[in-house]
Design a protein around this ligand. Structure first.
Ligand SMILES: [Zn+2]
Length: 235
C-alpha cells in the first residue's frame, strides 16, 4: 500500500486488562496521541477478577466490570486514546480461550485498522498468564497476516534499560522519552481509582507523585527483521 506523509499514523495496542495501557506504557501512548497518532486500545478482559476493589473496598465481583470499564474510558481520555474495544474474555482466563479464535479476532482487527505499530505483551516476559496469552495470540496474528506494521512488546518499568539480562541487546529495545507526558500518565493512574487508591504515592501532590514515574518507557522489538531504526521512536 502506498502511504504518504499526510496519512494518519496509527497504533493498535492489544493488552489484557484495564490499566495495562496506563501503568505500563501510558506515557508513550499520551506522547503519540499528542502528535496526532490514532490509537486503538483492545482490552481482552474487563479486569473483573482484580484483587484490588477500592480502598476501603467498595466494589464486588458484580459491580467490578462496569466500574473498571468506566475507569478505563476515563484513562483513555487522559491519554488521548480514541478507540477502546473489549474482547470480553473473562479476566484471568485468557490462556484458556480458544487460541485459534483469539488469533483470528486479532488478525481481523489488524486487517481492519491497518496500524503502523502494534503493541502487545511478550509471550514469555509478560509477567501474568493473561498478558502472555494475549501477547502470544497477537504475535501469531501478526505472523499470520504478514502485516507491514512494526510489532513491539511493552515492558515493565526500567527493566529493559539492561536488555542483556533478558538475552537482548540495546538494538532490540526502543527507549521512548516520556518526560513531557507524565502528567497525562499520572492522570490515567488516578482514573484507575479502584486499583490505585491503595498506592499512596499516586495521590501525593502532583509534583511529588510525578517524581515517582520513570522518564522513559521501553519496548522490545517484536519483528527483528525490521532494519535498524531510531532507537527512540516506535515508528
Ligand atoms: Zn494486566
Amino acid at each position: 500500500m502506498n502511504r504518504t506523509d499526510t496519512d494518519t499514523r496509527k497504533i493498535l495496542a492489544i493488552l489484557a486488562h484495564p490499566d495495562d495501557e496506563s501503568f505500563i506504557c501510558g506515557g508513550t501512548l499520551a506522547k503519540y496521541a499528542s502528535e496526532g497518532v490514532e490509537i486503538t486500545l483492545v482490552s481482552a478482559t474487563r479486569g473483573e477478577m482484580g484483587r484490588r476493589m477500592g480502598n476501603p473496598p467498595y466494589l464486588n465481583r458484580e459491580s467490578m466490570p462496569a466500574a473498571r470499564e468506566l475507569e478505563l474510558r476515563q484513562a483513555c481520555m487522559c491519554l488521548g486514546i480514541r478507540e477502546l474495544l473489549f474482547f470480553d474474555i473473562r479476566d484471568k482466563t485468557v490462556e484458556f480461550a480458544d487460541e485459534e479464535n483469539l488469533i483470528a479476532r486479532v488478525a481481523a482487527l489488524i486487517h481492519d485498522i491497518d496500524p503502523d505499530v502494534v503493541l502487545t505483551f511478550h509471550e514469555k516476559l509478560g509477567g501474568h498468564p493473561d498478558h502472555c496469552a494475549i501477547g502470544k495470540a497477537t504475535t501469531a496474528a501478526m505472523r499470520r497476516t504478514g502485516h507491514r506494521s512494526k510489532l513491539y512488546f511493552i515492558t515493565f518499568g526500567d527493566a529493559m534499560k539492561h536488555p542483556a539480562r533478558f538475552g537482548y541487546t540495546r538494538k532490540d529495545v526502543i527507549q521512548v522519552d516520556v518526560r513531557d507526558h507524565l502528567e497525562a500518565k499520572l492522570a490515567a493512574f488516578r482514573a484507575h481509582r479502584c486499583q490505585t487508591e491503595i498506592d499512596e504515592w499516586v495521590w501525593l501532590p502532583d509534583k511529588e507523585a510525578l517524581l515517582k514515574l520513570s522518564q522513559h518507557e521501553y519496548f522490545l522489538k517484536g519483528n527483528t527483521e525490521t532494519p535498524t531504526q531510531d532507537l527512540h521512536d516506535l515508528f
